[in-house]
Structure formats: C-alpha cells, structure tokens
Design a protein around this ligand. Structure first.
Ligand SMILES: Nc1ncnc2c1ncn2[C@@H]1O[C@H](COP(=O)(O)OP(=O)(O)O)[C@@H](O)[C@H]1O
Ligand SMILES: [Mg+2]
Length: 288
C-alpha cells in the first residue's frame, strides 16, 4: 500500500476554522494572476476501498469554486463514496479508507490525521437524498449548528435563522410558523430546511447527494432554482441520476463508471459532444 505523504502534514489553517489562511489567499491570487479558475477541491490519483476491492480508482478531478459540478453515472459507481470522502464521512467505516492519492480543499490537504474533521464539515456542508430534519421546530433545526458553535444570544440566533431561511428560499413559507414542528412541512420544504440548516453554519462548499430524488416535480423545480441561486456564494457538488437535472443546474459534469472517472468537462459539451463512447451511451440513456 502506498503511504500518503500528507498524513504527517500539519493541520492546515483553513481547517482550524480560520477560513482566510494566508496560504489559501496566496494560492487564490496566484491562480487569478495565472488565469486559472480558483479550485475549491482538487482530487488527485485517488483510490478508496471499503474492503479489498477499490470503490474509487485513480480519480483525478478539479472542482471549481462558485460553480455547480454534477457527478453522474450508474448506481454503485462510487459517486456517493466520493462525496463522503470530500468531507471525511467515510472515516468511521471499519476497514475502509483511502488507499492512494490526495484531496485538497482550497489548496490544503484534508486527508491527514491531524485535520480537524469537525471544522472541515462546517466548511463543507452536506445535504442528503432523504431529507432529514430533526424532530424539533423549524427554528431549532436551523439554530442547531449555531448553538453548537456557541451562539446563544436570542437576537443573533433569530437573525441568523431568518437569514438562512431566506437564503434557502423558505422564509416566506415559514416565518409565521417557526416554532411548529419541522416534520409538519412538505417534503420539498423539509429538503429546503435541510439546506437552510447547512447554510446556517456558513460553509463554503455544499455537497448534495441526489437531493431531489425523493421529491415531486414541483418541489424538485424549487430546489433546482435554489441550487442555481446559491452558486454565487457556494461551491456545489451534486450527485444526480436525472440527466435533465444535470443539464439544468450544473456548469460541469463528471461521469463515473465502476469506480473510475471516465470523462469530465463543461456540462453542455458532456451532453452534446462527449469524447468517450461510454459517456455518450450513458448520457443518451443507452444504459444506467
Ligand atoms: N458502507 C459501505 N460498505 C461497503 N461497501 C460500500 C459501502 N458503501 C458503498 N459501498 C460500495 O461501494 C461502491 C460504490 O457505492 P456508492 O458510492 O454508494 O455508489 P453510487 O453513489 O454511485 O451509487 C458500491 O459497490 C457499493 O456497494
Ligand atoms: Mg449514491
């Protein structure tokens, strides 16, 4: 097994909670000078396995900041695994682990043992397929992460909750019922509440694993509109099985097949002029 050199690297500043580390700022200005779009996540030569067999093999992928990147591919090809690696949610699965490669977030390695995983998960929020609000009030769902971070002032909490609900396009529907149970909301509202809860702790990157697959078309359209709107403030990575959705919401698309990244590029190009035959077959619905 190849040892990951960064395992012994010191904890990057960005993951200690100070979001504007000098290194990240320098990297950003350097890339601006060189004309390269800023990369929020850089995945290199990445292998991951749950058991012996690799679930992800030799994945190299750049995820640009302030863009929506869609991960597509048939079931079981490793899309969710990759998302969970980006915020280290696979850490606790016995025997599972990174076998090779690196993942950098804002230029800083995140796979090392010394990385503050709690800070990382604040920086990189996650929204799941099955919306999962806590069985508490609408208000408390959004306030939860803020309270954990030590915010207790009532006025400040109320302001932050309102701000997050507005940002998630849910304020108008909930402002008169903030203290009602979150589970009384419709499915689409519950998913937008989960997005508000994620936004509340001020992440820079939001990972979404099939966020609309449990929603009806109207609720789906609202979440898609929200994703497009959030792009100005966040970097978004979305796993979707819905090809139309990928074309509607994403700037870039990455196509995975049995653990490997087959092709990635601008969404328009991936759907109209892909370079690989497998990509063309998949996006045109021949398999998957
Ligand atoms: N917790 C787990 N333990 C063992 N194997 C897993 C686990 N989660 C996923 N896998 C396996 O890893 C592969 C990729 O799965 P996944 O990332 O869920 O694919 P996708 O999201 O593309 O459907 C599959 O073969 C799946 O069975
Ligand atoms: Mg999945």
């Amino acid at each position: 097994m190849v040892v990951i050199p960064e395992l012994t690297a010191p904890t990057p500043d960005v993951l200690r909670g100070s979001e504007n580390s000098a290194a990240a700022a320098a990297a950003a200005s350097l890339s601006a000078v060189q004309g390269r779009p800023e990369m929020a996540v850089e995945i290199r030569d990445f292998d991951f396995a749950y058991t012996e067999e690799l679930a992800l093999e030799d994945v190299t992928l750049d995820i640009p900041a302030h863009r929506v990147t869609a991960l597509i591919g048939p079931s079981g090809c490793g899309k969710s695994t990759l998302l969970r690696c980006i915020n280290r949610m696979n850490d606790l699965i016995p025997g599972a682990g990174v076998r090779r490669g690196s993942i950098r977030v804002q230029g800083e390695e995140i796979l090392g043992r010394t990385v503050d995983v709690i800070a990382l998960r604040k920086y990189i929020g996650m929204v799941f397929q099955k919306y999962n609000p806590f069985p508490t009030s609408i208000f408390e769902n959004v306030a939860y992460g803020l309270r954990i971070s030590g915010l207790s002032n009532r006025r400040a909490l109320a302001d932050a909750v309102e701000r997050s609900l507005r940002r998630a396009a849910l304020w108008e529907e909930t402002k008169d019922r903030l203290h009602e149970g979150a589970l009384s909301l419709s499915g689409g509202q519950q998913q937008r509440l989960c997005i508000a809860r994620t936004i509340a702790v001020d992440p820079k990157i939001i990972l979404m694993d099939e966020p609309c697959s449990a929603l009806d078309p109207i609720a789906t359209a609202k979440v898609e509109e929200l994703i497009t709107d959030l792009r100005s403030d966040y970097t978004i990575v979305i796993v979707t099985h819905n090809m139309q959705q990928a074309t509607r919401v994403s700037d870039r698309t990455a196509f995975f097949y049995v653990g490997k990244l087959v092709e990635e590029g601008e969404t328009m190009k991936m759907f109209t002029r892909p370079e690989k035959k497998e990509t063309e077959d998949y996006v045109s619905g021949k398999f998957g």
